[in-house]
Design a protein around this ligand. Sequence first.
Ligand code: NIG
Ligand code: FE
Length: 419
Amino acid sequence: MTKMIYIKNASQIITMKGHSDQPAQKADMSNIGVIENGSVLTQDDKIIAVGTDEEIQSKYKEEISKADQIDATNKIVTPGLVDPHTHLVYAGTRENEYAMRLKGKTYMEIMNAGGGIHATTRTTQQADFEQLYKESKRRLDTFIKYGVTTIEAKSGYGLTTEDEIKQLEVAKQLNESHAVDIVSTFMGAHAIPMEDKDNPEKFIDLVINEMIPEVAKHKLATFNDVFCERGVFTPDQSRRILEAGKKYGLIPKIHADEIEPYAGAELAAEVGAVSADHLLKISDQGIQMMTEKNVIGVLLPGTAFFLMAEFAKARKMIDSGVPIALSTDANPGSSPTLSLQFIMNLGCLKMGMTPEEVLTATTINAAHAIGRADLIGSLEIGKMADITIFDVKNYYMLSYNYGMNHVEKVIKRGELVVG
Ligand code: NIG
Ligand code: FE
């Protein structure tokens, strides 16, 4: 039995058409392919038609008669949102550190004293598979209620081979059992364990010679990410880890220039990373090199907001030609949010982006940042039927009524999963 859904009368369909081959850059990021009074038709897990109500009604009479109908009057329809940078799988919370930061301690001070990533590493190491699965599933349930149908998820709170694999296995099982699709990233190089502090080379050797081969052997990740930051991994150490991953088919990503300028963006361009993420402190040369190599800048304004830091210069990067995506960076320390809609607000209000650009950055460009633009990120014939319906009459309203969840319905692979 084929399953069909006919969404009709939408005040606006945001198609994101025409950006599947290359991430959108510059003025093209504003080209979001709006259809007023539009319809979308799905069959099984695919989109089979997108157009105006009249076009679809006249061309697809027979299909429409067999389809479940959803009336989207006064609502907008977008591709299922894509979150390209999350630390989904972890145990525990760090609200105590939040309170410390409110009294003046910095994120790095807390981490260097054995808190921060080390604190979540301890709770994640202690948690068994079931507990990790349960805590992460709750977060995924929220992601989908907020309109997100695909996320990237990183390891990096295990820091032993066994515990890194445990995190990636949880992500794998959630990907199989949950409506949200998960693309996995190995991030063993998230921190140097406290016990190896005085001998970082020992841990780097473990990442390169044991963790990466093991992760690749079990096909547990697509990407390899490194926290390239002063006091964590140097650019040279990051380069070695990313080059080692490449030999096993893992595509580089970098946490770059987050707290201090550290030539992370330059390194991303040099190693052929698909994205460089954060970029709060990117240099002009970094911007130029990312533009030349078409490295996607994944910006995480929730982190700047939560760490009370200066926001990344999205406007400057877009105008220079860096393709931009946006993400929550969902994690218990620097960005404990699951709302990509709030991230869109911050993109507009704090980074000088337009409502069109933030939509591009959370759909098709986000899909490019995780290597899935052939399947998701736009509403086009043949793409996966991942669709979000928001209860707002136009797309400006999404970032106008801020700090709210506007989702009414979510369709994942042609099935209604929310609403
Ligand atoms: O993207 N910067 C490193 N990693 C995360 C934070 C992880 C944590 O604090 O637990 C980030 O900000
Ligand atoms: Fe992160």
